[in-house]
Design a protein around this ligand. Structure first.
Ligand code: SF4
Length: 355
């Protein structure tokens, strides 16, 4: 299922990632396929260890040993290049990859504090990125562009003289987002960019990202453990558990009617970012150890709807609802005689609808 009717900017198929080799290998990402449309936002949600960060670091070839890509394909379309040829991410050389990082694809890492050099003023960060990737710019041009980029994220030019520790967490994250946009990439990957921030600042950053995407037209992959952050931002959401996609659907469909018990659990783990406060119930237990995953459906030890088949067979990801959604859960198998829990049949009302 594509996130759009336009040709996708990124296509991934049957992608696998292991940690370690031979008998010690642990499968961290299993059989992941998806595509991302131009200017679209794909949200990837899941708890720690679900494989969501491993997936994007592997796709962008930033995964460090002992992480290894063990199968699949990943193709990027460089739409701004004259020949518009597909770029094979997995077989590209380091030099070819350097040629697309920042200018075509940029990544915002989890902690803005780690992304910025603590001994360097913010202005120097911008100057270095722009100088390295766009030699046509003069020093004055680079400064003007840095000011323009800071303005995009509502920060004044005075921030260029500051060191990272002189900025708040939210301001640092805005600086990192502005840096990621410095060379007008077509795809921006955000790996839990709001995790360390308070709820009000999270809300501001998500609203800002939404506005920037509308204005600048880049596509985005936004990774988070907090599904509520994606409802307003993403076009499509992919939920991962134990390295697999367990549900994928347009954001509003997924939020209004989660079909996988894990998606429902994630939704009940975080208060909605917008709207009234509600009591959260969360998910019992912890994610599985990937070295010794449970038999059958990896979620069965934590799932209130688990039955015998779940403990024995792993459910495949199958399209339901006329292909609008995919889900990996035996409850949605046409041959299943098990009743779908009422919580998975009700329609949730998005905060934006309720207001
Ligand atoms: Fe729960 Fe079974 Fe569905 Fe897995 S397959 S999520 S254990 S009902």
């Amino acid at each position: 299922m594509s996130t759009t009717d336009n040709p996708p900017i990124l296509e991934v198929s049957e992608f696998n990632v292991d940690y370690g080799y031979g008998d010690d290998a642990v499968r961290a990402v299993t059989d992941v396929s998806f595509s991302l449309g131009q200017s679209k936002v794909l949200g990837i949600a899941g708890e720690s260890g679900s494989g969501k960060s491993t997936l994007v670091y592997a796709l962008t070839r930033l995964l460090r040993a002992p992480g290894i890509i063990t199968g699949g394909k990943a193709t990027l379309r460089l739409l701004r290049q004259e020949n518009d040829l597909p770029f094979d991410l997995l077989n590209a050389t380091e030099a070819e990859l350097r040629g697309i990082r920042w200018s075509q694809v940029s990544i915002v890492m989890q902690s803005a504090l780690n992304a910025l050099n603590p001994l360097q003023r913010i202005g120097k960060e911008f100057n270095e990125v722009l100088k390295l990737h766009d030699t046509s710019l003069s020093k004055a041009d680079r400064k003007a562009r840095a000011i323009e980029l800071l303005a995009l994220v509502d920060l004044g030019p005075d921030r260029l003289q500051r060191y990272p520790h002189e900025l708040s967490g939210g301001q640092r994250q805005r600086v990192v987002i502005a840096l990621a946009l410095a060379l007008r990439p077509e795809l921006v990957i955000m790996d839990e960019p709001t995790t360390a921030l308070d709820v009000v600042t999270q809300r501001e950053i998500v609203s800002k990202l939404y506005e920037l995407r509308q204005r600048l037209g880049f596509a985005m992959i936004f990774i988070t453990h907090d599904l509520s952050l994606l409802v307003e931002l993403a076009d499509e959401i992919m939920v991962m558990y134990a390295g697999r996609i367990v549900e994928r659907a347009p954001a509003t469909h997924l939020y209004q009617a989660p079909r996988h018990p894990y998606t429902l659990g994630l939704m009940d783990s975080f208060p909605p970012l917008f709207g009234e406060r509600v009591q959260m119930s969360g998910i019992p237990g912890s994610p599985p150890m990937l070295k010794s995953p449970p038999t059958g459906c990896a979620f069965h030890p934590r799932c209130a709807a688990a039955h015998d088949r779940c403990r024995e067979e792993s459910p495949p990801l199958v399209a339901i609802e006329d292909g609008q959604r995919s889900v990996a859960c035996w409850l949605h198998d046409p041959t299943s005689t098990h009743e779908v829990p009422v919580a998975l049949t009700r329609r949730h009302v998005a905060a934006s609808e309720a207001n």
